[in-house]
Write a protein that binds this ligand. Structure first.
Ligand code: ATP
Length: 247
């Protein structure tokens, strides 16, 4: 079973400041080459789950107090964040973090891992511009002047240039017009299919997320309260009422 899942999170608890129990025994599996969504409302524990996987808890005085996480069969529960990056775990945090004073092309160069050859970097860039033609058109303008959607595309491009094995995205649809959400999600689905890249998507926009993932986990109050195929979740009456805007 382990080999089929690139990521396996088992009964993980996260404590902030030694007192605040933010997630309370969360188990999530990401199949190799699969695309999975974590759904749920504000403060449910979705971002904390991603931080536990990428190792970004420490910066926020958080820690895993119970459970374990394995990536490609290796225990990474205590691994340093940098080590996890090197292993192929890439976490695009909430909000579009790009260097606004650099061009998109310079942003991609800056995101490239140490020691990546120029030819590999250029090949990666070409691939990214192929997936995101809008980004290609604007690759030499200042990133700060790009639209929100284009900046989100660039944030995803910056992640892809690191050649990750598992791409984790926190709320990529936030603040974007529906047509842009559809465009970006369509591209993510294409990258997942074409490259076999495993994707773990955190979304409050359940309607959009369930269109592209194979399975979803619903998180409430730090616990997984539902897990199923996208089809099963879409037809669930509670999900329809609370997360899909009535049904
Ligand atoms: P959002 O979409 O708003 O980020 P979320 O589902 O991602 O929501 P988390 O951000 O993981 O939820 O938050 C889960 C719980 O942990 C919340 O009660 C939140 O207040 C708390 N929390 C998050 N970060 C910290 C922190 N750095 N220190 C203390 N408590 C935190």
């Amino acid at each position: 079973v382990e080999a089929q899942n690139i990521l396996s999170m088992n009964s993980v608890e996260v404590l902030y400041d030694n007192v605040m129990l933010a997630i309370k025994g969360v188990s999530v599996q990401v199949p190799t080459g699969g695309m999975i969504a974590l759904l749920g409302s504000n403060g449910a524990g979705k971002s904390t789950t991603l931080k536990a996987i990428s190792g970004l808890l420490k910066a926020e005085r958080g820690r895993i107090s119970r459970g374990e996480i394995t990536f490609q069969g290796a225990d990474i529960t205590e691994a340093l964040a940098q080590k996890r990056v090197e292993m192929g775990i890439c976490h695009v945090i909430e909000g579009r973090r790009v260097f606004e004073h650099l061009t998109p092309d310079e942003n991609l160069t800056a995101a490239a891992p140490h020691g990546m050859s120029r030819s590999t970097l250029n090949a990666e860039k070409d691939k990214i511009y192929g997936y995101f033609p809008r980004l290609a058109e604007r690759k030499n303008s200042q990133a700060g002047y790009l639209s929100g959607g284009e900046q989100q595309m660039l944030a995803i491009g910056r992640a892809l240039v690191t050649q990750p094995k598992l791409l984790m995205l926190d709320e990529p649809s936030l603040g974007l017009a529906p047509f842009l959400v559809e465009e970006i999600f369509g591209i993510l689905q294409k990258i997942n299919k074409d490259e076999g890249l495993s994707v773990l998507l955190v979304e409050q926009n359940a309607l959009a997320a369930l269109e592209i993932v194979s399975q979803g986990y619903l998180i409430e109050n730090g616990r997984v309260v539902m897990h199923g195929t996208a089809e099963a979740l879409k037809s669930n009456s509670d999900i329809q009422e609370f997360y899909l805007g009535g049904g």
